[in-house]
Every structure is written in C-alpha cells, then in structure tokens.
Design a protein around this ligand. Structure first.
Ligand code: HEC
Length: 144
C-alpha cells in the first residue's frame, strides 16, 4: 500500500514537471502558430462588429503567415493541399471584406475554420505515426 502511494507521488511529480516544462518551452513554431489563432480571433471580432477593415487586415495577415517558411512544418502532399486551400479561403475572405459583403465574409470564415480543423487532423495523424519523438505540442493533443 505504502509502495503504491510512493509510486503515485513519484508519477504525479513527474507529470507535474513534464507539464511545466512543456509550458515553458515556447518554441518559435508555437509562437508562429499562436499568431494564426490571434488573427482568426480578430476576424471573428470584425465579423461581430461589422468592421470590414479589421476583417480584411486580419485575413491578409493569415494569408501572409501561410506563405512564410515557418508554415511548412510537415512535408506531405496533404499538408501542401491543406495549405493551398487555406490561402484560397483567406484570400476569398479578404476579397469579401473589400466588397463589404458580410455574409460572404462569414461563409469564408467558416471555410477557414474548417480548414484549421482538417489540417490539424492531418498533422495529428502524421505525428501519431512518429511515436519515438516526445510530444512537442501538448495543447493540440499531438503525440509523436
Ligand atoms: C495547413 C495546415 C494548418 C492549417 C490550415 C492550420 N494549422 Fe494550426 N497548426 C499546424 C501545425 C503544423 C501546427 C504545429 C504542430 C506541431 O508543431 O507539432 C499547428 C499548431 C497550431 C496551434 C497550437 C500551437 C501550440 O501551442 O501548440 C494553434 C493554436 C493553431 N495551430 C491554430 C490554428 C488556427 C486558428 C488555424 C486556422 C485559422 C490553423 N491553425 C490552421 C498546421 C495548420
């Protein structure tokens, strides 16, 4: 019984350490990926208050991010396809904002959001296949 408690404490401390380490390690990829989140939240805000400038600016930032080298984390055909789709959707969003078409913007934003989820599904499936490398992005639920 004592042994079991001892083991539980050791395991618990290990898990605690692992979590803190994970949180402290703010990698460039992580910072980059979080910029994506910030811009898409800004699009949502723009949609909610009908601010077309804000929508266009944030959508354009998303397009620019997706064109940077830091975006290409994974080298698969599907990742390239998802990235192309993402750019097409963020461009459509920018275009709709320039035309001051709120419904068009909303639809394009839904498509961008679906794209986030689809690409992450792919990323997870690729990384789950690499079980030998430690989990780099716990917040995505990725296990390498
Ligand atoms: C073409 C693929 C792709 C698309 C589209 C995509 N992402 Fe990502 N995302 C990634 C990759 C790759 C990672 C990092 C995974 C890794 O390094 O292990 C990531 C990680 C993240 C993370 C987690 C960072 C962390 O702290 O762990 C967030 C948040 C995120 N993306 C937000 C978004 C949002 C919001 C969208 C849509 C607007 C989006 N992503 C669209 C590929 C994509």
């Amino acid at each position: 019984m004592k042994r079991t408690i001892g083991l539980a404490v050791v395991l618990g401390m290990g898990m605690l350490l692992a979590t803190t380490e994970g949180e402290q390690a703010e990698t460039p990829v992580k910072t980059f990926m979080h910029a994506k989140l910030a811009h898409s939240q800004s699009v949502l805000e723009g949609l909610a208050i009908e601010n077309f400038d804000q929508i266009a600016k944030s959508a354009q930032s998303l397009t620019l991010l997706s064109e940077e080298a830091g975006w290409r984390v994974i080298q698969t055909a599907e990742y390239t396809r998802q990235s192309d789709l993402f750019r097409r959707n963020t461009r459509a969003l920018t275009e709709a904002a320039r035309k001051q078409n709120l419904d068009g913007c909303t639809l394009a934003f839904v498509q961008v959001t679906l794209n986030c989820v689809e690409c992450h599904k792919h990323v997870r499936s690729v990384q789950q296949a690499r079980l030998d490398v430690p989990n780099p992005m716990p917040s995505l639920g990725l296990t390498r």
